[in-house]
Design a protein around this ligand. Structure first.
Ligand code: F0G
Length: 426
């Protein structure tokens, strides 16, 4: 890993990449940085295109295909489940709903554990192996824990998970338990769990695998790389992405900036980060041009992004400025109606994912995104992660959360005879 080092986003201090730390002495977050002047962009693009469709090994991964800009390690040192390689769909009904003529959805819910987290986790687990860690830990709203538990199982590490009690979707909790994660349900929300896990990791010498870990961000850059490669390196006008702990949009813009500096792309896609109204610290700061202020009691049906104090907000902001980005917020009803459209398009995704489509619609309605713009929305998690939200919407039982089943497709109970069927099909 020549030319690769850790660099503080606040004070520019640098550290060896083999230094197992997450933050700078000054408290700032760290980036994995590399000297791009030593890299030939045209050569990389050719190399990556040559790896497309690799049948086995690390190069068959939609993350490690790009390993020169992820972590340039020998293949045998990589912990992978051949993650990535997710589809990029024409958005169908969701495009009509958003009012867009050229809208695609990148479905990160098609990763091995059903969310985009696997892209960051393959890299985080590889770093854990590099540092010879025995135990790994994370705080999670569910998907990070499912992913970490799976990769830990593959590599034989002990996964310790901190989740907010009663606040994560069942599919995710089920995965964490099934993959063998030691699962601690804390009395508190995600932000409390995030603080606790950092103290625990320091005191008990456990390797932390939240997205404060700079290697996680490196892996997640591959979502953007893969979108571009699927488009034969044509650059969309906009990429829309949900925002919770703000690691994923940080990764997206960091990756795009590297490709741009290497001349692999010659246009910068604009980026829109979409938050839920009840968990919107980045949106509030962006809109009011005010100081960062955490949301103390975040709440949303999109439990994946029920986060009031995102760890990566400084990095996120840096990327948004570079990409001439915007931040938008969407209501509970907007999230669930957009989800109904993503689902009815035959694609399907969990609630937080559908912020991308709800946000697209809102930004088109406001005239910020042109209806003819070339737009890619990122769907971050699988529809099966949160069946309760789906059933609640279609049975119209979410009134307590002020959500109505606008596009509900209710199941119909009938007697077991042909006349009852004929009647129901009328
Ligand atoms: N979408 C889904 C499905 C997620 O699980 C998350 C984050 C996000 C969007 C937001 O991404 O945090 O990088 O801004 N889930 C984390 C977890 C926090 O613990 O699984 P972000």
């Amino acid at each position: 890993m020549k030319n690769t080092f850790l660099k503080c986003v606040n004070c520019d201090a640098t550290y060896e990449v083999t230094d197992p730390r997450y933050t700078c002495e000054c408290g700032g977050l760290l980036d994995v940085s590399r000297d791009l002047s030593k890299i030939d962009g045209a050569f990389l693009k050719k190399l990556w295109d040559g790896r497309w469709g690799a049948k086995s090994g690390a190069e068959a991964s939609g993350v490690w295909r790009y390993k020169e800009l992820i972590l340039d390690l020998p293949n045998e040192e990589i912990v992978t489940r051949q993650e990535g390689n997710t589809r990029l769909y024409p958005a169908g009904k969701a495009a009509t709903y958003a009012g867009l003529n050229n809208f695609h959805l990148k479905h990160e819910g098609e990763n091995p554990t059903g969310s985009f987290k696997d892209r960051g986790m393959t890299c985080g687990a590889t770093a854990a192996k590099m540092f010879k860690a025995k135990s790994v830990a994370c705080a999670s709203t569910g998907n990070t824990s499912a992913s970490m538990a799976s990769y830990a199982a593959v590599e034989g590490l002990k996964p310790i998970i901190f989740i907010p009690e009663g606040k994560i979707a069942y599919g995710k909790l089920a995965q964490a338990l099934a993959y063998g994660g030691k699962t601690l349900q804390i009395q508190g929300n995600f932000d409390d769990a995030m603080e606790l896990v950092q103290d625990v990791c320091k005191e008990l010498n456990i390797y932390l695998l939240n997205s404060i870990n700079p290697f996680r961000i490196e892996g997640q850059k591959a979502i953007g790389f893969e979108i571009l490669q699927q488009l034969d390196w044509q650059v969309p006008d906009w990429i829309i992405i949900p925002g919770g702990n703000l690691g994923n949009n940080t990764a997206l813009t960091k990756g795009m900036q590297e490709l741009y500096e290497l001349g692999i792309i010659n246009k910068i896609p604009r980026v829109a980060v979409i938050q839920a109204e009840g968990a919107n610290p980045l949106y509030t700061m962006w809109k009011n041009q005010s100081e960062y202020k955490p949301v103390l009691d975040p709440d949303t049906i999109a439990t994946a992004i029920k986060i009031g104090n995102p760890v990566s907000w400084t990095k996120s902001l840096r990327g948004l400025k570079w990409a001439n980005g915007v931040v938008e917020q969407v209501s509970e009803q907007e999230i669930m109606d957009a989800k109904a459209m993503v689902d009815a398009a035959g694609i399907g995704a969990e609630p937080a994912s559908c912020c991308s489509v709800a946000g697209a619609k809102k930004l088109v309605d406001k005239g910020i995104i042109d209806k003819d713009a070339f737009v890619v929305g990122i769907l971050t998690g699988n529809i099966l992660k949160d069946p309760d939200a789906v059933i609640g919407y279609h049975q119209n039982t979410l009134q307590a959360q002020n959500i109505v089943g606008t596009y509900a497709n209710k199941p119909i109970k009938i007697e077991c005879n042909i006349d009852a069927v004929k009647n129901a099909l009328k």
